[in-house]
Design a binder for this molecule. Structure first.
Ligand code: NAP
Length: 388
């Protein structure tokens, strides 16, 4: 498998090297080409190339900021409060170091408790951890960006984030859903994120749910280039063009919903045959398909046995025939239900849905204000007339 990852990575590295950015963020190491660590021909130690859990030396991908990102992380969306802390604790015990969070998941406080407890117990050190969070859609003004970041840091009980992503390429008025903020922009928001890198609050910054056009616009104006684009990817939605566009430009890709939330993949005959051939579960075969493409996968689970299996992806490899078989599953199916998405497979539907919902919601946000940053604690709906 290392050879396959190397092939992908070295072509990416060459493309990335051709397009070097003129600046490197704050205290980060010098900018390097995009590569998969431990899989390059110049460091051919098989034991490092094929680490098997519970080793913490899980295969890493090197970001364009010079920091390493583990290819497998634990997703935390819809991991309920009261459950998510145990899932994170289990994952860390099982060798995970990469946790994917977001303010909008309303559970960062509990994740933070679990992280602190694991570090105190000596399960893991802060330096080993790779923690991602995401900036919600109504926090686009520079002062709101900094406050939201500070809140996520406080909730996660961290001094810095390893990666902070713009959750969606949309600009909403504070406290609303889908109400455009004419006084804010993604460009100004990005500058605030660059300032957060300079201040040492974040190591790498990136985006989520951006298409090629949105990426190009952001990258043309950026001083610190996005390190990651996190988008929905699984065999039913391989996103080949977007993945290739990003990887050629040194932007690492993270697959969210990498199991398509179950979505028919586990019962699929092709997946079943590939899994049986390698003596692994269908979920492992599907996740390995992502890793083979040099993509970071962040499966969510709150079930210890599944958490363990989902990280055990480095003791087998898919061959060309398996990859071809998986490509037959591509039917454009998306798990995304977000009506505000302008890109991806639901864009057509949302063209109609978005203005409709947005208009219907307009009077609602005259009365109430939603505070996503507070969802993980208490009272996230406020009466508008009591707003300062
Ligand atoms: P997913 O990881 O594709 O699927 C999660 C579902 O699969 C859960 O129901 C889980 O059940 C089940 N599952 C996990 N491992 C399994 C296994 N080995 N065998 C059978 N079932 C298994 O979907 P997701 O949660 O949508 O995506 C993963 C993460 O991506 C999220 O948690 C979040 O961190 C991130 N995400 C980001 C965005 C974005 O806009 N940036 C959007 C969506 C998701 P149990 O938990 O009950 O085990």
């Amino acid at each position: 498998h290392a050879r396959q990852v190397t092939t992908t990575a070295s072509s990416l590295a060459a493309a990335s090297a051709r397009r070097k950015s003129s600046s490197a963020p704050g205290s980060a190491p010098a900018r390097r080409a995009f590569s998969v660590r431990g899989a390059s021909s110049s460091s051919p130690s098989p034991s490092r190339m094929v680490p098997v859990p519970p080793s913490r030396e899980s295969t890493l991908i090197e970001l364009n900021t010079g920091y390493n990102m583990p290819l497998v992380g634990l997703g935390t969306w819809q991991a309920a409060r009261g459950v998510v802390g145990q899932a994170v604790a289990d994952a860390l015990e099982l060798g995970y170091v990469h946790i994917d969070c977001a303010a909008a998941y309303a559970n960062e406080c509990e994740v933070g408790h679990a992280l602190t407890a694991a570090v105190a117990k000596g399960t893991v050190t802060r330096e080993q951890l790779f923690i991602t969070s995401k900036l919600w859609n109504d926090r686009r003004r520079p002062e709101d960006v900094r406050a939201a970041l500070q809140q996520s840091l406080a909730d996660l009980q961290l001094e810095y984030l390893d990666l902070y992503l713009i959750h969606w390429p949309v600009v909403w008025r504070r406290g609303t859903l889908m109400q455009t903020d004419g006084g804010a922009s993604l460009a100004a928001c990005w500058r605030a994120l660059e300032a957060a890198v300079d201040a040492g609050l974040v190591r790498s910054i990136g985006v989520s749910n951006f298409d090629e056009g949105q990426m190009a616009e952001l990258m043309a104006a950026a001083r610190v280039q996005p390190a990651v684009n996190q988008v929905e990817i699984h065999p039913r939605l391989p996103q080949r063009a977007l993945v290739s566009w990003c990887q050629k430009r040194g932007v690492a890709v993270t697959a969210y919903s990498p199991l398509a939330r179950g979505g028919g993949l586990f019962d699929d005959e092709v997946v079943g045959d590939i899994a049986a051939k390698h003596g692994v579960t269908p979920a492992q075969a599907v996740l390995r398909w992502g890793v083979e493409r040099g993509i970071v996968v962040i499966p969510k689970s709150v079930t210890a046995s599944r958490i363990a299996a989902n990280r055990d992806l480095f003791s087998f490899a898919l061959d060309e025939e398996d990859m071809k078989g998986m490509s037959r599953l591509d039917d454009g199916t998306t798990t995304s239900t977000s009506p505000w998405s302008d890109s991806g497979p639901t864009a057509g539907r949302n063209k109609v849905l978005k203005p409709l919902i947005s208009t219907l919601l307009w009077p609602v946000f005259k009365i109430i204000s939603v505070d996503v940053q507070r969802m993980g604690r208490t009272g996230f709906i406020k009466w508008s007339w009591s707003r300062e």
